[in-house]
Design a binder for this molecule. Sequence first.
Ligand code: AMP
Ligand code: GLY
Length: 426
Amino acid sequence: MNILVVGGGGREHAIVMKLAESPKVDKLYCAPGNGGIAKYAECFDVKATDIDGVTALAEKLAVDMVVVAPDDPLVMGMVDTLNAKGIRAFGPDKAAAIIEGSKVFSKNLMKKYGIPTAKYEVFDISSAAIAYIEKENKYPVVVKADGLALGKGVIIAQSFDEAKNAVNSIMEDRIFGNSGLNVVIEEFLTGPEVSVLCFTDGTAVKPMISSMDHKRANDNDEGLNTGGMGTVAPNPCYTPEIAQRCMDEIFIPTINAMNAENRKFKGCLYFGLMLTPDGPKVIEYNCRFGDPETQVVLPLLDTDLVDVFDAVIDEKLSDMDIKWKNESAACVILASGGYPVKYQSGYTIKGLNEKGQLDGYLVYHAGTKADGDEIKTAGGRVIGVTATAADLESALEKAYKGVNLIDFKDMHYRKDIGQRALKYIK
Ligand code: AMP
Ligand code: GLY
């Protein structure tokens, strides 16, 4: 099989490297890819959001499957266009991808079908949103832009003034463009967070190994929100009892709700959960693999990923027994100094071998660029170093040993990835 993966970050590198393990795969392509992906897949300079460009490329390469990994092309309907041309694609169509594309949609879906989530109200006028915040007078309060916002559309406001500013910047200044036509004002929940990525063909739901993201830029969960500074899997807070509850109260009801709305979801459905004192609740849905969750989840997959993608596309997932390694994985993200605000690129990355890897590790490139024989930094999140081991503590120790072997100017990373998770084990 020849497969084209759409995207160019660490998540796509993890997908490409897993697919490369499959005996069924002949040739891997990626659009646009990056410096590390280029060692495993032929990369083409076509943007992930360029639906016509990607479709034309898939036709030209006569691929057997396209894997659409990022949120924006999915929400824009890339899978619909590919399918209309008779090209097999892994990922939800536009009607289903709205579960991530609109928070107003997903919140209303949860309310309508009784899926546990934070209490909320939706507003299309800023003054009404602000009046509601003032009336509720409960802080922190969570302000969310309706549409996609590069993971930055959620503001946890500690005071009325902060909340008012958040509403105004989203709805009046339109800092996220038309994603801010509506806002969701939401109750602030507490408890450990768990990411559960599920394969689903619209009928069967097969959860992958759970994981824990670390979204803040600095140690002790301080600093700005980022795309994710590191992950561990499995997430020790996610006990078998909680997993069963999530299956019964959240996963299956969500799949059923999407079918009832004529929006059958096929692909990877990501449940961002919070384990609150009142039970597990949905913080967000994503219509795709998480980044950097994928970088710890896929290394633990024992079943051929091509077979899983085929089963999802052909709606035969219920027949499949997906196997996982009984191990733990940890991923530490190495970012450019200054990320997520302002940073420099173009620095040489030292310590990697000719495959852009480290022996004994999985090094997933996010923002890198090949420059002759060298690999240079080309983004905020640069690479993720993943280690697997028998238990979480060993995986973390090993991951940080790997981190110490890599260097580039102004490299920044969190030193406490997995520490919170370890506390739940001890
Ligand atoms: P999101 O971009 O939707 O993943 O949200 C970013 C982060 O904001 C989440 O991972 C949570 O840590 C936090 N968050 C979102 N909604 C809430 C909420 N209702 N209560 C507490 N924290 C939240
Ligand atoms: N790591 C969070 C996300 O992929 O949205």
